[in-house]
Write a protein of this length. Structure first.
Length: 96
C-alpha cells in the first residue's frame, strides 16, 4: 500500500506517460492481465486507456486489475488509469 505522498509523486510521473494498453469490448482477459503483469515488472508505472466500447468503467477496471495483480491504482481520470507495482527484480522508481 502506498501513502498519499507517494501517490502524488507517482501521479506526477504518470502525467508524462503514454498509454501502452487499451481495454476494449473483450474486457479483462487472462492474456490481457499477463501482458499488464509483464509490463509492470519492467516499467513499474503504466497507463491504460479504457475505450468507450468497454463494458467496464475505468474505476472498476483499475480495481479488478489491482486485485488480480497486486498492483496499486495511482490515478483514474476520465478514461485513463495509472497503475504502479514495484518490480521484484530491478526496481527503478524510488518512492519518497
Amino acid at each position: 500500500m502506498i501513502t498519499s505522498k507517494q501517490r502524488a509523486y507517482l501521479r506526477s510521473l504518470g502525467n508524462k506517460l503514454d498509454s501502452i494498453f487499451q481495454l476494449g469490448k473483450n474486457g479483462i482477459e487472462n492474456t490481457f492481465l499477463k501482458q499488464i503483469d509483464e509490463a509492470l515488472e519492467v516499467r513499474e508505472l503504466i497507463k491504460i486507456t479504457v475505450l468507450n466500447n468497454s463494458d467496464i468503467d475505468p474505476k472498476e477496471a483499475s480495481r479488478i486489475i489491482c486485485e488480480r495483480l497486486g498492483a496499486d491504482g495511482v490515478q483514474c481520470i476520465g478514461s485513463k488509469v495509472v497503475l504502479y507495482r514495484e518490480s521484484t527484480k530491478k526496481p527503478k522508481i524510488e518512492l519518497p
